[in-house]
Design a protein around this ligand. Structure first.
Ligand code: ZN
Length: 359
């Protein structure tokens, strides 16, 4: 098994959203948002010291069960933190529902995500070889985030203020987003910083949305193209965490900040590394919108053509520090390989990246 020296912590919640709640909200809301921000930072800092032990644990589990196929394991970390992962095992593959909705949702949604990649792209799980999908629910206390740690998925309960309670495991696109971070780790290994990091985030949003569309059998025209619809808690107004259709319009904090994802390179946020790893959750709006434009121009089921092009690009064509322009050229080339150099798919992909100002 290949191990990375510095696997990322890839969270669903953009730090600018948490900061906006902290700055615009009531004292209580401020406290809740700051707590999630601080925990995310702590988790990142602690990674270095605990990843060794965690890897050993994970490798032991993985080596003991090498059989390919859908293998889900759900743990309850019982409101513990990073050092307590993965927690107590509460549901194994094939086990019946438990009394805990978070456990059942993490189990069901990781299964739907596995089935999507298997049925649509013939991919056997995170590493393509049936790697066990480990999820820990009830992470921390009222934690407003979900993440792929480099080894497993973790889900907070949500405070009700930033995110609705229970919404993080309930949202299929959030689960699909986190699991895709695992696939990226085993394929393109996109470095979680600046443009390659924003691509890493964008591929997770693309396949998170496609999992949702596939489960609903929606066409590109019918899809909402939102990430985390219905999740926003009492301190936020809007529809979701991010909009691929209209980046920058998903949420606002009354009296405070707003979703500031760009949908065009003219508005690219050139942020320092210490701000959201150079804006990975912000600038992902640009490749997100390119995918939306390509998929809606092609019409039909987005996973069949646009999704196929993006999947093959992620798993076969990108290097770890790929830029937006390199990703754009790679998708154009892949569209030509899959559907013909003169096919409409290649034209639509090129036009989409041109519309967002990348090429
Ligand atoms: Zn992410």
């Amino acid at each position: 098994m290949t191990l990375l020296s510095q696997p990322p912590v890839c969270c669903i919640a953009p730090p600018d959203l948490l900061r906006a709640v902290a700055e615009g909200g009531s004292p209580e809301e401020r406290e809740i948002a700051l707590a999630t921000l601080a925990t995310a930072e702590t988790a990142r800092a602690q990674r270095v010291s605990v990843t060794g032990a965690l890897r050993q644990l994970s490798l032991t589990i993985a080596d003991a069960a090498p059989a390919p196929g859908k293998v889900r394991s759900i743990y309850d970390v019982e409101h513990g933190g990073y050092y307590d992962l993965p927690g107590r095992k509460v549901r194994a593959e094939g086990d019946a529902d438990t009394a805990d909705a978070a456990v059942n949702e993490a189990y069901a949604n990781s299964g739907v995500t596995y089935d999507f990649f298997r049925e649509v792209f013939q991919r056997d799980g995170i590493d393509g070889r049936g790697m066990e999908m480990v999820s820990s629910v009830h992470y921390d206390i009222d934690y407003d985030n979900a993440a792929w740690t480099g080894l497993q998925m973790i889900y907070g309960d949500g405070s009700g203020t930033v995110f609705r309670k229970g919404s993080l495991t309930r949202a299929l696109d959030v689960v699909g987003h986190e699991l895709t971070h695992g696939i990226t780790q085993y394929t393109a290994q996109l470095v979680y910083n600046r443009q390659s990091g924003a691509l890493n985030e964008s591929f997770s949003d693309v396949f998170g949305s496609l999992v949702k569309q596939y489960s609903l059998r929606q066409t590109a025209d019918q899809a909402d193209w939102l990430i985390g619809d219905g999740m926003l808690g009492s301190s936020l107004q809007g529809v979701a965490l991010r909009s691929m259709k209209a980046p920058g319009t998903a949420w606002t904090v009354p009296g405070g900040g707003k979703d500031n994802q760009p949908g065009h390179m003219d508005d690219y946020a050139d942020l320092p590394d210490h701000e959201d790893n150079g804006g990975v959750h912000i600038n992902s709006g640009i490749p997100n919108h390119a995918f939306y434009l390509a998929a809606t121009a092609m019409g039909g089921h987005a996973w069949e053509r646009a999704g196929r092009i993006w999947y093959e690009t992620l798993t076969r064509r990108l290097h770890a520090r790929a830029t937006f322009a390199e990703a754009a050229e790679a998708t154009v080339a892949e569209a030509g390989r899959l559907f013909g150099a003169d096919g409409e798919e290649r034209k639509h992909v090129r036009a989409a990246w041109q519309q967002v100002g990348v090429i």
